[in-house]
Design a protein around this ligand. Structure first.
Ligand code: UGA
Length: 457
């Protein structure tokens, strides 16, 4: 049996350097696994070559530097080189939503076509692995496309595995380095062997490997995200009731649930809803997939509807409160939104609840909105343009405001003392959409404090 040192090093190719592809490329290369990365986006490729990370991700740039320095991480200009020089080729391209919410697999199939085109002209067995989130049936489609393009045979000249990713934005490096599980869909154990070997090289001691067929692997990813989204919508629904019952507090109820081993201690933080590039998109794709089989996904539709309502709650509370001031100039009142990223630790504003709240406020006529975020303002500007005023410190956003909404639980907001709201705001009304403050302390200081899932006395 070969030991780690005498084992020949594997070479890995990555097609698609978004946050999954890039994080994975960098993590593998930082442990001296040879990685060649390719993306159609020239801007990304330029930065990748210079070791500059184009996503906000803890420790990524540092590890990128290590990978480049030891010669393990390179950007290549042609898919031919990715396929030709690699034993395992990962497809990490995007799988966006179509207008009707169903999944668009065009990029996946294009990558399969390109790979097939290269395989036609080279010798040697290659393993193609899908990391992107894809609906069941995709692996078989990939096989068909590659066989057609290359005239080679699945299982003889090339293998295909489905290996969905469970990384979270903001903690991708940590998640990749210490995963709860690795899910692999393959047509046989043999087919998955090179991939498991790669993970042995990387981890030393293998994490929990779930080896199954293609359909199960592809569905596990969807079920995983849909379940997590449902957990959030569930606790947000409990929160809604808590807000109406004096003394009720969803955080205490959450801790009670966490104490039950059957439920488990995570992902039940109530707030203004989930966002990001995955939960909403994947839920829509899964719901769309049900219609293919003429089945109704009642629960998943409710998960979506509950999430939309979570972002609408602060809008309704603020609108109701400001109305009480009388019609005169009420729409000119200043509202501060602290946090634009869909969660802390990232500059990603895709499907962010903050943006939904801002749009909701604007839709009912509030135009004087000032926003702040420690890292996501540039991305927010691309979406919101000049519809809001961007402030480079949260104090300026709060200054003279009549309402403040805490939309992202960034550390710097957690540190804001009640006295600061009193000092900076015109009227200290705060909607805490992420439950980061102590309600009693806020009340004692005279802040009119509303929070998700907190029933005020
Ligand atoms: C999610 C999954 O957690 C990853 O496992 C998966 O790989 C990824 O999608 C994907 O499919 O690529 P991510 O989108 O980075 O990862 O975000 P999460 O950390 O899961 O948070 C999603 C949203 O839920 C955030 O808006 C967050 O604020 C919200 N959330 C999370 C809550 O409102 N309450 C909670 O208790 C937890």
């Amino acid at each position: 049996m070969l030991n780690n040192l005498s084992r020949p090093k594997m070479s890995v190719g990555i097609i698609g350097l978004g946050y999954v592809g890039l994080s994975m490329a960098v993590c593998l290369a930082s442990r001296d696994i040879r990685v060649r990365g390719y993306d159609i986006d020239n801007e990304k490729m330029k930065k990748f070559k210079c070791g500059e990370s184009y996503i906000v991700e803890e420790s990524l740039e540092e590890l990128m530097g290590i990978g480049i320095k030891i010669g393990a991480l390179t950007a290549v200009e042609f898919i031919y080189d990715v396929v030709n020089f690699s034993d395992i080729i990962f497809i990490c391209v995007g799988t966006p939503s179509r207008k009707d919410g169903t999944i668009n697999l065009d990029y996946i199939f294009k990558a399969a076509q390109d790979i097939g085109g290269v395989l036609k002209n080279i010798d040697g067995y290659k393993l193609i692995v899908t990391k992107s989130t894809v609906t069941p049936g995709t692996a078989e489609e990939i096989i068909k496309i590659i066989e057609k393009e290359s005239s080679k045979k699945h299982g003889v000249d090339f293998g295909v595995c489905s290996n969905p990713e469970f990384l979270r934005e903001g903690s991708a490096v940590a998640d990749f380095s210490d995963p709860d599980k690795i899910v692999i869909g393959a047509s046989s154990e043999e087919e998955a062997a090179p991939l498991i070997e790669l993970y042995k090289n990387f981890y030393g001691k293998l994490p929990n490997i779930i080896l199954t067929n293609y359909a199960n692997a592809e569905l596990i990813k969807y079920a995983n995200n849909a379940f997590l989204a449902t957990k959030i919508s569930f606790i947000n629904e409990i929160a809604l009731l808590c807000e109406k019952i004096p003394g009720a507090d969803v955080n205490v109820i959450r801790d009670g649930l966490y104490a039950d081993a059957r439920i488990g201690p995570s992902f039940l933080n109530a707030g203004i809803g989930y966002g990001g590039s995955c939960f909403g998109k994947d839920l829509k794709a899964l719901i769309g997939f049900y219609s293919k089989y003429n089945r109704a996904p009642y629960l998943l539709r409710s998960t979506e509807a509950a999430n939309d309502r979570s972002a609408a709650t602060p809008v309704a509370i603020i609108a109701g409160d400001i109305k009480k001031l009388g019609p005169r100039d009420s729409k000119k009142r200043k509202i501060a939104v602290l946090g634009l990223a869909f969660k802390p630790g990232t500059d990603d504003v895709r499907d962010s609840s903050a943006l939904k709240i801002i749009n909701g406020l604007r839709d009912i006529g509030f135009k004087n909105i000032s926003v702040h975020d420690p890292v996501a303002m540039e991305n927010a500007r691309k979406v919101l343009g000049n519809l809001v005023k961007y402030e480079y410190c949260y104090e300026d956003a709060l200054w003279g405001a009549d309402w403040a909404v805490i939309a992202t639980d960034w550390n710097e907001y957690i540190k804001i003392e009640p006295a600061a709201f009193i000092k900076l705001m015109n009227t200290p009304n705060v909607f805490d959409g992420r439950r980061i403050y102590n309600p009693k302390k806020m009340k004692d200081y005279g802040v009119n404090y509303h929070a998700t899932g907190y029933g005020r006395y």
